[in-house]
Write a protein that binds this ligand. Structure first.
Ligand SMILES: [Zn+2]
Length: 397
């Protein structure tokens, strides 16, 4: 445990977390439906909860007027680092499930992903301010829309980062808590269309003489497989390997008709050290080579979700977070990789600051059965507040 996080501080913070107040906030947020691109009303609610608590709240549009982001700060006025808590207020587009709390478990749309985590972060800021726990520096809470794909494109958090709403480090309360993620692969989804001139036609009425989009697709898949075999050699000890994966292929209407189009979709994942430009360039080169060889046209949407990232295990954020985690649980969290991409990738890759995704041990993200133990929300609030106490103090770095 770090010097600042002695047992007294840990237990005082844990006692200061107000479960009823935290749950009120969580219920208020979950109670307002907010499918991606429609988080305006819940953002207004979060802003009013924070204002009622006496926090200064900013509402930067950040490129999406329908739902301006929410930014709240608590600053001690003493020189030190700023720790940022960042969350998305939008949920996936599934039927709305209203909030309810039963036998110590909270249910409802977005409680796991990630309104419960945002409520915990709000509670952490209250605890830090009301208990005067922060020796120096400050905390900033940011919340936004446009996270969940395919409805959102991550552009609102990108705008927040570009507009300078970035602390010295970031915590993101997604439902991930089995390791301390130090690294994450970059990810792009692609949709490739192979087409030829002319109409679909019978095999014996000229069809056999047409460029075959199916052969071209097969060639492309072979090249992809060969590249994937090469990528297998690029391995990170925590994050695994780079990959090129094909998940679906469609072409043709019937057995003796020459089709005009083939479509295939998949993902490309890469490790820190590689770049989006290099990965995209390599992909496009393969497409144009196969198009030339087969007399077809091949074009693609190559949609980058997030870039790869890696943060230092011995940096101030990881050490502060681990001290906070072990202070509340008695155990150190093993370091590892983040299996999915999230906004933390953007804070590291585009914002240039370390970010850790850590939230409640919640279930059912992206289903209608989201559930989160109340004790986990309380634990996350304490871990967030304690991480800030260790990190913002700027001691010993
Ligand atoms: Zn999420």
């Amino acid at each position: 445990m770090s010097v600042v996080l002695n047992e007294t501080v840990v237990s005082r913070v844990q006692e200061a977390v107000d479960e009823a107040r935290l749950l009120d906030t969580a219920v208020a947020l979950v109670g307002i439906p907010s499918p991606t691109r429609s988080a305006g009303e819940v953002a207004d609610k979060l802003a009013s909860v924070l204002r009622a608590d006496g926090f200064d709240v900013e509402r930067p549009v950040a490129g999406f007027e329908a739902s301006p982001a929410v930014v709240a700060r608590f600053d001690t006025g003493r020189a030190g680092r700023v720790l940022q808590f960042n969350g998305h207020l939008d949920t996936v587009h599934l039927p709305f499930v209203p909030p309810r709390v039963e036998n110590g478990v909270m249910y409802g749309s977005g409680v796991s992903d990630m309104k419960g985590g945002i409520a915990a972060a709000v509670e952490a800021i209250r605890v830090l301010r009301d208990g005067d726990f922060l020796p120096a520096g400050g905390v900033m809470l940011t919340a936004h829309d446009l996270h969940e794909v395919p409805w959102g494109d991550g552009s609102q958090v990108n705008s927040l980062i570009a507009d300078g709403y970035v602390g010295d480090a970031v915590l993101l309360p997604e439902y991930h808590c089995h390791n301390c993620p130090l690294v994450g692969r970059g990810q792009a989804m692609f949709q490739v269309r192979v087409t030829r001139d002319g109409e679909a036609c019978h095999e014996v009425l000229g069809g056999i003489d047409q460029p075959s989009v199916i052969s071209a697709g097969a060639k492309l898949i072979e090249r992809f497989a060969a590249l994937d075999a090469e990528l297998e050699k690029l391995v990170h000890p925590l994050a695994g390997r780079e990959s090129l994966f094909v998940g679906q292929v469609h072409s043709g209407e019937m057995f003796n008709q020459s089709p005009t189009q083939l479509m295939l979709e998949g993902t490309r994942r890469w490790l820190p050290g590689n770049t989006i430009e290099a990965v995209r360039g390599q992909f496009e080169e393969m497409l144009s080579a196969v198009a030339t060889e087969t007399g077809t046209r091949i074009d693609a949407d190559f949609r980058v979700s997030r870039d790869a990232y890696e943060i230092a295990e011995d940096g101030a954020l990881v050490r502060s977070f681990q001290a906070a985690f072990s202070g509340t649980t008695g155990a150190e969290l093993p370091v590892g990789a983040k299996p999915f991409v999230d906004d933390g990738n953007a804070f590291v890759a585009a914002g240039g600051v370390p970010a850790i995704t850590h939230g409640p041990g919640a279930l059912g993200a992206h289903t209608v059965n989201e559930e989160c133990p109340v004790a986990e929300l309380v634990r996350v609030a304490a871990v967030y507040a304690l991480t800030a106490i260790a990190f913002c103090a700027n001691v010993g770095d």
